[in-house]
Design a protein around this ligand. Structure first.
Ligand code: AMP
Length: 369
């Protein structure tokens, strides 16, 4: 999606990816090698103007090596911070961004002690390599502690309070090389099994005060890292307060709606930022939503064409739990978006999506219609 946006800006691409088949096939030269393959990374940097990533689990050592030879944006340090949940939470705290109570866990005894500090129920997460709900468990009673410790493999963990949130929101922001920041409207996110299923944007239930808080936190984090590019932060909302859950130093799944829902997508603005161009204001086109396609795309591909519905396929082999595409929905009013969402979820016949949408009905008389 980055390289598709970049083609419209006249950019050309080279990809370093260990996979033999990549989503961006045909959109640039593919160097197929491990991220820390020293010969491949030398060939990769040769002649490039700028390097960026769309995936966090790249080799930090290689990114640092490349940064000594070619401009790299965002800063390599953002990968180090976001790549470890302890560093990430500590960074939020150091920059006055509230987070749920947490503690680092290196032994079963630490995990037992965490109960006193963060309370029960709590979520226990591996510090590194967790994504889409992998590498985390909810502990409800002391009797579950040993099972959680063993189940997560006895690796360094973070224990944090299970937040009884009203909703999960995220904000996608971009910062240019000269420090200009733009913000997409915060979106409401719905997960099942730890995987993002649906984002709704912009959502009337997110008050202007909460949106402003999200922008304030995002700006502080962007400036603290002297960040260049797109960054996303996920928050738990409780009443009118926010607690940061995590950040992604890259374009983000909850920003995919911007491809069809905004004049300038997160992909375009990420590229503009890293290439030293001026950012473009998002200019939202209406009431939008994004439905992730998880596992396969068969039913999505069979949906009839419909105004305001846009199918995006990632050219990835189907696999249970894998994000293989998404559908963007754009409507003039909240009512029309609700109808479009209803019809789409019926067509996809997805029980988890239907469950989310039936609880999401837009209230009559809400400010969104
Ligand atoms: P994460 O991998 O940290 O983004 O977690 C995936 C999902 O698990 C989140 O989007 C939440 O739905 C849920 N979750 C993670 N941590 C917590 C928490 N401390 N309290 C409540 N829900 C959580």
């Amino acid at each position: 999606m980055l390289s598709q946006a970049g083609q419209a800006l006249g950019m050309t691409f080279r990809f370093l990816d260990p996979a033999t088949e990549i989503s961006a096939e045909g959109l640039g030269e593919h160097i197929q090698a491990d991220y820390d393959d020293s010969d491949a990374r030398r060939r990769f940097v040769d002649g490039l103007d700028v390097i960026t990533w769309e995936f966090e689990n790249v080799s930090l050592d290689s990114v640092r090596w490349m940064a000594g030879r070619c401009p790299v944006h965002p800063p390599a340090d953002s990968l180090r911070i976001a790549g470890d949940r302890l560093h990430e939470k500590t960074f939020f705290v150091d920059h006055d961004v509230p987070v749920p109570p947490f503690r680092a866990v290196n032994t079963l005894a630490d995990l037992e002690a965490a109960v006193e500090e963060v309370g029960l129920p709590m979520v226990v997460k591996t510090r590194r390599f967790g994504y889409d709900g992998k590498g985390q468990v909810v502990v409800r009673g002391r009797e579950d502690l040993a099972k959680a410790w063993e189940g997560l493999g006895g690796v360094p963990l973070l224990a944090e309070s299970l937040v009884p949130f009203d909703r999960e929101i995220s904000i996608v922001a971009a910062r240019s090389r000269n420090g200009e920041c733009i913000f997409y409207p915060p979106v409401e996110n719905h997960h099942r099994g730890g995987i993002l299923r649906l984002s709704v944007a912009p959502r009337g239930e997110i008050s202007e005060a909460v949106a402003e808080l999200a922008r304030k936190h995002a700006r502080r984090i962007l400036e603290a890292m002297d960040y260049v590019g797109v960054l996303a932060i996920e928050f738990f909302q409780v009443d009118e307060t926010l607690q940061a859950n995590e950040m992604a130093p890259r374009v983000h799944n909850s920003g995919h709606w911007t491809i069809d829902g905004c004049d300038a997508s997160q992909f375009e603005n990420h590229l503009r930022a890293v290439a030293g161009m001026e950012l473009r204001p998002p200019d939202v086109r209406g009431h939008c939503a994004m439905v992730n396609l998880i596992g396969d795309t068969e039913k999505a591909e069979a949906l009839p064409p419909r105004e305001g519905r846009f199918l995006h396929l990632y050219n990835k082999a189907p696999r249970p739990g894998r994000k293989v595409g998404h559908i963007n929905l754009v409507a003039a009013t909240a009512r029309e978006l609700e109808q479009l969402l209803d019809d789409t979820s019926r067509g996809l016949d997805s029980s988890s999506l239907n469950g989310i949408i039936s609880r999401l009905k837009i209230r009559p008389g809400s400010s969104q219609s």
